[in-house]
Design a binder for this molecule. Structure first.
Ligand SMILES: [Zn+2]
Length: 120
């Protein structure tokens, strides 16, 4: 049984662009024309912030049993989690999965979350 996803937090350098630890792809802000564009590599499990998932991989949906649920039902699932989307994605159990949680300083308290795991 793989353990739970390992967490890394960025609190001081929260604005540092996040790259996949397994292949080096910059997953967000790589496109100078559109910095909000997501570039998911094969290792990307999810990209999210406090109010929504920006990207969910099939592996994530399988692991958190979101398959077949509507977007509304998925939102209800992580809304019910005491930790919100951050706490919900802490429950991923895939071998050697890594999550980067980047928190903008108070009073904003805005979080961005990135999940990665190796592929076979
Ligand atoms: Zn990658």
């Amino acid at each position: 049984m793989p353990g739970l996803i390992q967490r890394t937090e960025l609190k001081t350098f929260y604005y540092t662009p996040v790259h996949c630890p397994f292949c080096g792809v910059r997953v967000m802000g790589a496109d100078p024309e559109d910095e909000t564009r997501i570039t998911a590599c094969p290792h990307t499990l999810f990209i999210a912030h406090d109010t929504a998932f920006e990207y969910r991989s099939e592996r994530l949906d399988e692991n958190l049993r979101l398959n077949g649920l509507s977007e509304r039902e998925i939102k209800a699932k992580w809304n019910e989690d005491a930790g919100g989307i951050d706490g919900f994605t802490d429950k991923i159990s895939l071998a050697d999965a890594i999550k980067v949680a980047a928190y903008a300083p108070a009073p904003s308290a805005y979080g961005s979350y990135y999940g990665f795991a190796p592929v076979e």
